[in-house]
Design a protein around this ligand. Structure first.
Ligand code: PMT
Length: 225
């Protein structure tokens, strides 16, 4: 059995990809399956944590022993994460959150009209949930972990993102149409705000999840009485 080094801890993990509706039948979305976040939830349960898994549009079975909160949009994910984070020792944002959502929602299906140019889709910004959780730190000593999904200049972009978002750890992974998204495997670099940098070679998403918890545990605040 693994060491129960997360016993007595509450951790929040977000997983999956948000969908931003345009009309009753269409949305803007991304390719996240939720597998990396679910691997984080499963490994945290195995290490003794109480786990809240905020799952956006995933088609995966609920991990045994985790409390699963299902959400659709970035705004719903924000609400669920902030609520669960209030008494969390660690928050890990593995979800792929849409940076923008359609400015308007059409109550009926948007129709194409003969001879008309398609109308551009106006977008507005979604709140940055990771930056908000990092700034808020609802519990003293809360460890906040972000992910960075990059397609190029992976490390340089990751470092900049770590500082911009204000989190303690940032897991930088490379993504593409068939890379990382949906796959059983991942490879990443875990950057820390204190300058440390851990390379995680290509392997199962569980293995990366374990390394992330290995990096979280020594940074947690002392257990309360
Ligand atoms: O789900 P899988 O198929 O297993 O794939 C795993 C994964 C590629 C989705 C995962 O490993 C990953 O990289 N997740 C983060 C994807 C992402 O949205 O990256 P980003 O670089 O756009 O965002 C950076 C960080 O800010 C992320 O922690 C994200 O959750 C957070 N964010 C982003 C936008 C926003 N409005 N609010 C946020 O909190």
């Amino acid at each position: 059995a693994p060491e129960a080094d997360l016993a007595g801890r509450h951790v929040v993990v977000s997983a999956g990809g948000t969908r931003e509706p345009l009309d009753p039948v269409r949305f803007l979305g991304n390719r996240s399956s939720g597998k990396q976040g679910y691997a984080l939830a499963r490994t945290a349960v195995a290490r003794g944590a109480r786990v809240t898994l905020v799952a956006a549009n995933t088609a995966l079975a609920d991990p045994a022993g985790a409390d699963v909160v299902r959400v659709g949009t970035a705004l719903q994910l924000r609400e669920a994460v902030l609520k669960a984070a209030a008494d969390a020792d660690a928050v890990v944002m593995a979800a792929a959150v849409a940076d923008f959502r359609p400015a308007a929602y059409a109550d009926g299906k948007i129709k194409k009209k003969d001879g008309e140019e398609p109308a551009p889709v106006a977008l507005v910004r979604n709140p940055d949930i990771l930056a908000e959780v990092s700034a808020e730190r609802s519990r003293e000593g809360q460890v906040v972990v972000g992910f960075a999904a990059e397609t190029d200049d992976v490390l340089a972009n990751g470092r900049a993102k770590l500082h911009r978002k204000g989190c303690d750890l940032l897991v930088v992974n490379e993504v593409g149409e068939a890379k990382t998204f949906g796959s059983e495997e991942n490879e990443a670099v875990v950057l820390a705000s204190d300058g440390s940098e851990v390379q995680v070679p290509h392997g199962p998403k569980e293995a990366l999840a374990e390394v992330i918890w290995d990096q979280v545990v020594p940074r947690l605040a002392p257990r309360r009485a």
